[in-house]
Design a binder for this molecule. Sequence first.
Ligand code: ADP
Ligand code: MG
Length: 370
Amino acid sequence: MKISHASFTDFGSYGSNGFKVDKILPIRYCSPFMNILAVDTSCDESSVAIISVDEWKLKSDVVRSHIGKMTEYGGVVPEIASREHLKGLPSAISEALTQANLTLKEIDWFVVTSHPGLIGALLVGVGFTKALAFSENKQFSTVNHIEAHLFSPLLCTLEGKTPPPFPWVALVVSGGHTELFHVKGIHDFQWLGGTLDDAAGEAFDKVGKILDMPYPAGPIIDKLVREKATETDRTAYAFPRAKIAPTSFSFSGLKTAVNNQAMKNRPMTEAKKLSLLASCQEAILDPLVDKVRLAQKDFPGAAIVVTGGVACNSRLREKLPEAYFPKPSHCTDNAAMVALLGGLLYKEGKLIHASWDESASPSWNPDVTP
Ligand code: ADP
Ligand code: MG
């Protein structure tokens, strides 16, 4: 029998992003048929997923990318992303419910990414999800997008597969982030360092732009280099590797170096472009590989985990054969990882109902995470 969510205990506690929460649920209080609907609108994908916590199954996984709209601008235009979320999110939610063969009434808990990300895009997701939860008189929680990426390797458990065992040294490497963590367990992690300027995915995309490639250039560079480059191409240009703290990253100098080489090498032949891209890819990936392995020395026995859009990169996977990577569709932004995090936190008794006043935030403070 379903237990109603009508009564709450007010502990006057604080939510995951430091906002005051007015309601918190006792552990394992809810329905034995717990369905969580999760939304992620942190950048340019309107994503919705549903997880059945009791069956430990992903019931739906919808990702509506706005990339087509952004290509003509050479990158993400925040205002356009917000408008695309407004247009696309309602039908993405309907599609997720249809895929799961569930009605809105059968959703017990609504979880949304509230930070970090593009503020306009996040506000659409938070506002929409909160309104759904409020109108259905159901639970509402917010989560950190980076934490969702961080635990996305555990999505394999929904398919009955064995996950990498804790502890992990984990790298979240995407279009907006390059962050290194030591992970001890669910919601139990420490930030070790991150990029001082551009993110690794951003470096791929900016280098692509210099060489007149469409946005996002990361997957195109990966494919081109994999299919056509030789070992000589990979070492053709000695692009800089920033000499900074072992847990910090920096890619803005690389972008300038590629730009300088591109200017010197005009007119650009396809062969020169291939060498530039292959050498540049090495210069982006080498620090990721080296620093993740260096961090592992501080945590002997820790598994290496790599997530985020750049974790799709085939050369990175080749360079780090010992690492665990989620499947590519779960490396780039998706709501399945948000639904999973909701499910994991729920099972741990750590999924708390957010205040109805809770809003979105573009930033995060890695020192106070989680
Ligand atoms: P964000 O959360 O910052 O929006 P995502 O996790 O969705 O980023 O990842 C998108 C980023 O990943 C883009 O910068 C894109 O170029 C990069 N990316 C995706 N696939 C690859 C690949 N195969 N090789 C390198 N970079 C990639
Ligand atoms: Mg992301």
